[in-house]
Design a protein around this ligand. Structure first.
Ligand code: ZN
Length: 152
């Protein structure tokens, strides 16, 4: 990773950790799901409001490390107003960015916008689960599963 991207990564993580977007409960949420990453101790809950085929409102609450919190913050911004298909596509691309071969990562990175800074997490494999926990939890909420999503 270039030092430029590394600086951006640090900056984005710090910013979203200090001032998380869409943090708190969501009144009249249609769906909520809880997620847990036992490896790090991150716990969060994602709340959703649905309209037709998409997510109209989304928030998260809980406690965890800076990476899980920043990831949840950026994810909620990224999925608001998107359809279920678009969200599943983003999740796949995000997962590819963190775990895929270099050959497929570039395309994923181009499609992810701000989420692409999480490529920095690749350097710390144990943190990949921190970054993906919010996404697993969001998916559980979309699927209507109330039981805790887990990264295990
Ligand atoms: Zn964590």
């Amino acid at each position: 990773m270039s030092s430029e991207l590394h600086d951006l990564y640090q900056e984005v993580i710090l910013d979203h950790n200090k001032r998380p977007r869409n943090f708190g409960t969501l009144e009249d949420a249609d769906r909520s799901a809880a997620g847990h990453n036992p490896l790090c101790g991150d716990r969060l809950t994602v709340h959703l409001k649905l309209d037709n085929d998409g997510v109209s409102e989304v928030s998260f609450e809980g406690s965890g490390c800076a990476i899980s919190k920043a990831s949840a913050s950026i994810m909620t911004d990224a999925v608001k107003g998107k359809s279920r298909d678009e969200i599943e596509h983003l999740f796949r691309e995000f997962h590819t960015l963190l775990t895929g071969d270099p050959s497929v990562r570039e395309k994923a990175s181009a499609e992810l916008g701000k989420l692409a800074v999480f490529e920095g997490v690749r350097e710390f494999p144990i943190r990949v689960k921190c970054a993906t926990l919010p996404w697993h939890t969001l998916k559980a909420a979309l699927d209507g599963r109330k039981d805790a999503a887990t990264t295990e």
